[in-house]
Design a protein around this ligand. Sequence first.
Ligand SMILES: Cc1cc2nc3c(=O)[nH]c(=O)nc-3n(C[C@H](O)[C@H](O)[C@H](O)COP(=O)(O)OP(=O)(O)OC[C@H]3O[C@@H](n4cnc5c(N)ncnc54)[C@H](O)[C@@H]3O)c2cc1C
Length: 647
Amino acid sequence: MNSTSEIIVIGGGVIGLAIAVDLKLRGATVTVLSRDFQQAASHAAAGMLAPYAEKIPPGAMLDLCLKSRWLYPEWIRKIEDVTGLDTGYHPCGILSLTYDTPTSIDENWLDRETIQLYQTELGSNVVGGWWYPDDGQVDNRKLVTALHQAALNLGVDLIEGVTVRAIQQQKNHVLSLLTSKGAYEAQTYILASGSWASQLLPLPVYPVKGQMAAVRMPLDTDNIPPLQRILFGPQTYLVPRQDGRLIIGATSEKVGWKTGNTPDGLQTLFSKAIQLYPPLKDWPLSETWWGFRPATPDEQPILGTSSCDNLFLATGHYRNGILLSPVTASMIADLVLQNKTDPLLHQFHYDRFSFKPSSSSMTLNSTAMPLTLNYGSTPAELQNTSDELVIAGRKFRSRLMTGSGKYANLDLMRQSIVASGCEIVTVAVRRVQTKAPGHEGLAEALDWSKIWMLPNTAGCQTADEAIRVARLGREMAKLLGQEDNNFIKLEVIPDAKYLLPDPIGTLQAAEQLVKEGFAVLPYINADPLLAKRLEEIGCVTVMPLGSPIGSGQGIKNAANISIIIEESKIPVVVDAGIGTPSEASYAMELGADALLINSAIALAQNPVAMGQAMGMATVAGRLAYQAGRMPIKQYASASSPLTGTIG
Ligand SMILES: Cc1cc2nc3c(=O)[nH]c(=O)nc-3n(C[C@H](O)[C@H](O)[C@H](O)COP(=O)(O)OP(=O)(O)OC[C@H]3O[C@@H](n4cnc5c(N)ncnc54)[C@H](O)[C@@H]3O)c2cc1C
């Protein structure tokens, strides 16, 4: 019997490799069994990261795609760091072009005249298009090579050239895999074999062939190619790679396992491409190829548990497997190692094809749940007008502050912030400057006449960096019309793993910034002595963390936070770690003056509803604190008097 790993992944395409790398990074021992990388869809793809250009309708699938696109930059950084290899990740934006005048247009629409200003020589039939700046591409071949190398570097046992022929099961439990190289055994198995998944289990996954080609783009005198962003047209797309190749895709053929490029397929491919962008007809052809997309009846992946207790499924990614790799890897690793099920995962369970829940059953998903809930009173309506939060002389009705990061898109961010009733939103100066995903368009997304911006120095590792970024933050607030905004949320965080603040750097930066006239709101560990010192030097709040940023672990240091609250004369804002409304309420019940909550709202399945819930919890916790809790007693005490009872 082969393999001493805890987990075996079947399939070494982008999905299998991404899962293996994620599992390994979290400490598991992993073997990947894979037949042939050259046959993988991952090798054949165009590598577009295109939830919007693909026109995926709102719902769980779009949520999944947007979540994955959001995870991409960090995921790529990790792979490139581990391997030193380039993946060709390029958030170049996509122009989705049309030949028909649309019946409705939105803010992304550009007419032909406008498009022509920065993309010349489009086909004469193009009437206009939608510009999706957040969509982009990765060079899928480079990506898979890098993932392969990452797996090797990390110590994944990668076995190529082996075919799994059967999954041996007993009483809903996988015993072993029978392969072309003998039997393999592990505790847990993950099926990630793309289009071929149905050869091992009765899953509705089938191949849809796509034929592709590449031509070489000419360069101008400055070595710039004529196409720099993806053109996505009717039944064709053109993906300019940074190495000068132009990828042309793709046919979509339900022809079973018929391999190879065909004259008819290539003719269709080229004629559609030339119609969209005529100059390419003269460019030298460098390659043609084909691949099988792993399709399912509803064109959505199959993810999660299976009928066997130790077998998990990650297949059927159809047209979006390259895009969906990071989110698939992270959700499957959470499920396998921690038995943690992201609510979104329920939507992609295999039983949706055989099992229809009755109409009375409750579903927990963002599509079933309206984004805005009507509970009669919004957090803003619940707030007590005579109980204002005062920071540096400025008054706020809401005691909840939120952030702008980690949302799937700007619209969701805007709606969630509005639903929370908050009046202060913190914004990472660096991310706005570098136009990090989700930070483009921030200026327009929120009504800054109603919301007070709290610039923060996230990403700064030293006091000097934080001071420089704080100064930029002041300029940023001015640009939004907040001339008198001198607030700065000070974060000095040298540690990338736990994101814990540096107390010495924070104190040094705070001293300087107070001297420069800033209203400093320092983010600190819950250290009462540091909090006191920061108050003494003139900070306007202290912001102790409940647990590490983005961890959602809740309030892990209530005793220290209580001491800070008791000793402080300036507002105490509990920042970081809150994961649920009950934890938000708990922090307020302790006597915190305000809360700052970002991840718990942005990463909720329904961020808008969670924003509203957090807003209400903040109000409830404050009211409870003011009401004063009953004393805790050692023994029971009946609610009704015991005197006068009969018998
Ligand atoms: C023409 C084309 C264009 C595409 N363009 C895009 C795009 O622009 N953006 C995007 O996001 N997605 C795109 N896709 C889709 C994307 O490529 C797939 O969804 C994704 O690659 C699926 O990855 P996978 O790892 O599940 O499967 P695959 O990449 O197909 O890998 C499966 C692997 O499992 C191995 N295997 C199968 N059976 C066995 C077995 N029994 N034993 C051992 N090993 C086995 C195979 O040899 C293969 O290596 C495109 C696909 C095609 C074909």
